[in-house]
Design a protein around this ligand. Structure first.
Ligand code: TSB
Ligand code: ZN
Length: 584
């Protein structure tokens, strides 16, 4: 989807459109006071204080009509430069603008204003030269926004819109927005009854409903089986740890802002863990290790808790309570290259299984704010260079980004885009020389001496939460059969005539571990078929007199009208083969 802010021409046009919106608001709501109206990636918005009035979604067409009228009228947009003193005088009725003007330091600062007909706004510009050119726009939504983003301040109304150069561009964009809305995993999650949220539980803490839990069970099994076959050893460790554990690891110094506050119990202090590394370091340290055992790969589907900003949490994509598909690989320095290659191969294998094609590799490096990172320049230089070399040797196409590393080391992140345009990390593979040091980890090398292992942190699905969000958006909710909560819907044409036969087929499939649902409600066939379709069930079996007589089943695939008639044994084989082809 287009990023308006990155397109200079559209940026100016959208900015001018924000002024046009403010002017229209002023016409219809003369008491309105304005705060700011910037251009954003999605178009523009204006924050406005309407006193006792409210603008609702249904008022937007009225505002659009007024904007069209002003545009037709075709006034020129005139830039003017005034002094701070003049500005304070001119906007004295407008407390929010006064606030803005007062923020400009120098008394003799030149302040620019833009006037179009009866409306003047304080603005740096640039703008179009006439309102006539602002023709193809749409107001998209209204929401609340605190003055200066501070919840202690008054709540203003924020009205969003977007503007293009032609009607075709606008229509194309609106279609894309509608498609993104349909693909948004939060909508799919609700429609398909996969997960819910509740204020009483808290923000960023989704509850997985039976359908979602079924997907999760199979995803977890899929990745765990795969990892075990690759030599990973899975463990279970507690979701809490002592504050001392996180002081030892360095999280307490460098990751505290992202953690829930500590809990006191008797004379001990605990935290909900934000990561599992410290626990896994102790698992490694529990035994003496020889070089012959390395690499040791400790895996866990582990629950973590992070204090994500309330404005940033988003469905299953960004949560405060998550389940990582985590592992820590302990290896010698000369095994790093091969182990990294193995992890990248596993990531690519998994993406192939799910048909993901749109992703990019990001080498995430340390940023300038050194206090966010463990302070050892030499260690960072070594780790970053080593990782860059490993990725170059792998022939991987990657880009570099500063200030995206973990506090303990650089990362290879796999970036994907969500339906509504968020750029998020799915898989990650990280190089760490720090935690082995902090936990004083060693193994006995070939010379019989103690040597420090290197740790590779990696998450293939990332978290089950974020992976499910992405998978839902990629598949538009139509999951592959092996993952579908319900794989087959059985529908008799008439429950009176073929009801018993439909029950028999349902039982047969169920006994053979197929997730099947029977619909013998007294509803029209078309209605029941449509419902199976909106539930995104991969197979629908329709049973009429012919099927009952010949002991056959007629099935159709989701989204297709043609049916195929086979025996129930053939149908089962077909399902089993399809499922097997994914899981093995
Ligand atoms: C891989 N210690 C490492 C681990 O060993 C670690 O925690 N890395 S992480 O911080 O990058 O998190 C791993 C993955 O969790 C990320 O790649 C991302 O896919 C996922 N993730 C991170 N934060 C969230 C969140 N708030 N909601 C959902 N998933 C998240
Ligand atoms: Zn880790």
């Amino acid at each position: 989807m287009i990023n308006i802010k990155e397109n200079e021409k559209l940026s100016i046009m959208n900015h001018s459109c924000a002024h046009l919106l403010a002017q229209a608001i002023k016409h219809l709501y003369p008491e309105a006071k304005f705060w700011v109206g910037p251009v954003i990636a999605e178009g523009f918005y204006y924050d406005v204080d309407l006193g006792n009035d409210v603008i609702r979604e249904e008022d937007l067409p009225k505002l659009e009509k007024e904007m069209k009228k002003i545009s037709k009228d075709g006034k020129r947009i005139i830039r003017e430069e005034i002094t701070k003193k003049e500005a304070l005088e001119r906007f004295k009725e407008d407390p929010y603008k006064i606030d803005l003007i007062n923020r400009m330091n120098e008394e003799d600062t030149v302040i620019s204003c833009y006037t179009q007909g009866d409306f003047t706004d304080l603005c740096r510009g640039p703008h179009l030269d006439t309102v006539k050119k602002i023709k193809y726009f749409k107001l998209l939504k209204v929401s609340g926004a605190y003055f200066k983003g501070d919840s202690k301040n008054k709540m203003l109304q924020r009205i969003y819109g977007i503007c293009f150069e032609s009607e075709e561009d606008l229509q194309k964009h609106l279609e894309e927005l509608e498609e993104a809305k349909q693909r948004d995993h939060r909508k799919l999650g609700k429609d398909l009854k996969l997960f819910m949220t509740h204020d009483l539980v808290g923000k960023g803490m989704p509850l997985w409903l039976p359908n979602g839990a079924m997907i999760r069970y199979h995803l977890e099994k899929y990745i765990k089986d795969k990892e075990i076959s690759l030599g990973y050893q899975h463990v279970y460790t507690p979701s809490l740890g002592s504050v001392d554990l996180y002081k030892t690891s360095g999280h307490w110094d460098h990751y505290k802002e992202d953690m829930f506050p500590k809990m006191q119990m008797d004379d001990e202090e605990f935290v909900l863990r934000p990561m599992n590394c410290p626990h896994h370091m102790l698992v490694f340290k529990n035994e003496l290790h020889s070089y012959r055992e390395l690499p040791i790969r400790i895996g866990e589907l582990a629950h973590d808790f992070r204090y994500e900003a309330s404005g940033a949490v988003c469905g299953l994509e960004r949560v405060r309570c998550m389940c990582q598909n985590d592992a820590h690989i302990f290896c010698s320095l000369d095994q790093v290259g091969e182990e990294f290659a193995n992890v990248v191969k596993l990531i690519l294998d998994v993406y192939k299984d799910f048909g993901f094609q749109d992703y990019s590799f990001r080498l995430s490096l340390r940023g300038r704010e050194k206090e966010k990172y463990f302070d050892d320049d030499e260690m960072w230089e070594k780790a970053e260079n080593m990782l860059r070399e490993v990725l170059t040797n792998l022939g991987l196409d990657f880009y570099e980004a500063k200030d995206e590393a973990a506090f303990y080391g650089p990362k290879l992140d796999v970036q994907v885009k969500s339906a509504i345009g968020h750029d998020v990390t799915l898989s990650t593979c990280q190089l760490d020389f720090l935690l082995p040091e902090r936990f004083d980890l060693t193994f006995i090398n070939e010379k019989g001496q103690k040597e420090r292992p290197v740790v590779i942190h990696r998450a293939i699905l990332g978290t089950i939460d974020r992976f499910t969000a992405f998978l839902l958006e990629e598949t538009k909710g139509l999951l592959p059969t092996w993952l579908s909560p319900v794989q087959v819907k059985v529908i008799p044409v008439s429950s009176e005539h073929q009801g018993d036969y439909a029950k028999e087929i349902t039982e047969y499939l169920k006994e053979n571990k197929i997730r099947v649902e029977l619909d013998i409600r007294n509803e029209k066939l078309g209605y029941r078929l449509r419902e199976a379709q909106t539930q995104k069930i991969p197979y629908t079996v329709v049973l009429g007199d012919k099927e009952k007589e010949n002991h056959t089943v007629s099935y159709r695939l989701h989204g297709q009208k043609d049916t195929t008639t086979v025996t129930k044994i053939e149908f089962l084989k077909l399902l089993e083969n399809e499922i097997k082809s994914f899981i093995n």
